[in-house]
Design a protein around this ligand. Sequence first.
Ligand code: EVA
Length: 608
Amino acid sequence: MESMLYPRTSRTRRIVDMNGLWKFCFDPKSEGMNNDWKNGLDPKRTIEMPVPASFNDFFTDKESREYTGDFWYETSVFVPGEWEGKNINLRFDCATHRAIVFVNGEKVATHEGGFLPFTARINDVVNWNGYNQVVVCLNNELSHTSLPAGSTKVFSDGTKMSKPFFDFYNYAGLQRPVRLVVTPKDEIVDFAVNHSLEGANSITEYEVSTDSDKKVLVQVYDEDKNLVAEASGKKGEIKISDAHLWEVRNAYLYTFRILLMDQETLVDEYEEEIGIRTVEVKGTDILINNKPVYLKGFGKHEDSEINGRGFNLAVVKRDFELMKWIGANSFRTSHYPYAEEIMQMADREGFLVIDEIAAVGFFESLMNFMEASTGKKTEFFSRDIVQTETKANHKAALKELIARDKNHACVIAWSLMNEPETTSDSAVPYFKEIFELARELDPQKRPRTFAMVMNSTPDACKCYSFSDIISLNRYYGWYNRGGYEMKEAKELFIKEMDQWKELHLNKPFIFTEFGADTMAGVHKLPSVMWSEEYQEEYLNMQFEVFDSYDFVKGEQVWNFADFQTTEGIMRVNGNKKGIFTRNRQPKAVAYVFKKRWESLPQNYKSIS
Ligand code: EVA
């Protein structure tokens, strides 16, 4: 089994950072495979490319920025001779959207999906005590089977162009760190935890997988580094008396140390910080440690100037500071799994995360958010290929996501799709399989949801009952009856909410999207759409509606910050629904949120 454990050094583990400048070239005719590029790229064609980063926004010419097709990276890495006899693993935190990896000319891995890690074990091809050539062929084409979904247009001259069915720029490349992870031959492959509470004590069921029958020990240390509990065996229970729980915006992280022992000799060691908390949906409440919580926060993107979707720890840090400043307690990883370091920061800062997979664009239109508002329906799930290949890719990604993120305290729900088509019968069995798989894979059996597009209304949607939390993306007053028609938008919004109310679903509802495009600095009295004044009026209208339904248990505004999209008549250098600009400065409305969110109690509208 491939290990998804986050790379960490320990007494038995080593890491080599492979970030930096790699060689890079485009391969528009897909000739690399037949021309042995796996043994090294043609120096005449290569340029230098930073890793991690999206390749797109470095370029000054449009053909390169918009490039769609195969493209290659190459580097070399030194493997010390003293590591002979260990497992040498080459780990990509992601490769967008698909990759084939060669080491010293041998194919060692292939991976589909651009937002989750994969590892190649390269023991057999390593050149010990010497340099090893690493060549990767990536591809960023979109199709009905890719997550995210889209299409690829081919011009008459053969050039390709990405046509996403989603509203974010199709950034690609080695966008997250690449590392060599050196582990012992007998190693800890994975571990899972599931917590419950008994009065002031916690009980953590755990399961460790190893590839040997050596003895497993689990030790738990508190934040002062005191050993507070211990257990042995691959499976068991750990009881902590007077447990210090992980609470919303008040995190506490124990260190779980897993040891693999051969008698008294240490074979492998792995440590991770774990927050102890429970998550449950009860009636219309979302409970953390049996206490109701109202979600306040954002749909986000991994997106910044120059770096695109490339991992940028400084931007990540700024985002968390802004989320704390504004009084948020949660976010959704719209529309793909985020870098592991973001999940770790959410654990540390006590944020609640709805962890979304890249199943977006399952509504066949470049402007689905727009067209769904007009009531347009398209079938997505009736295609054979969707029921076979797309579903297989979706399931594989879900397995990887849950394997990667299952132990994070911050993850309180899985979002299994964003704005899929839900109005055709063929959607139903697809949903059923995906929702059941999530339940089966998650050791903590967390709530599952999906974000529902405007035309997934109570009368038309055939899939909402799969969700444990009903997540609505609604744009009344923007895509639907914007500007002076806002009062009508409000009436329609209330009408839909009343319909939901009449269904008595007895489930929590949250808004996973609502928002209005706003150009920072544009002021207009009276307001017009796109002005800062309109953004405020629009949002105040949303708040009035949210506040009048008891079963609404959260609001995550679209979007945290302005972000890049495909160019077009709907977007002015990107999507401008940010509460912050792309440079992470507040628009006027940020202060409205700050006031509201700082004053709403954590258990706002709770029933328990
Ligand atoms: C929007 N609406 O129109 C957003 C999109 C987002 O960016 C949606 O889920 O319904 C989508 O991706 O601004």
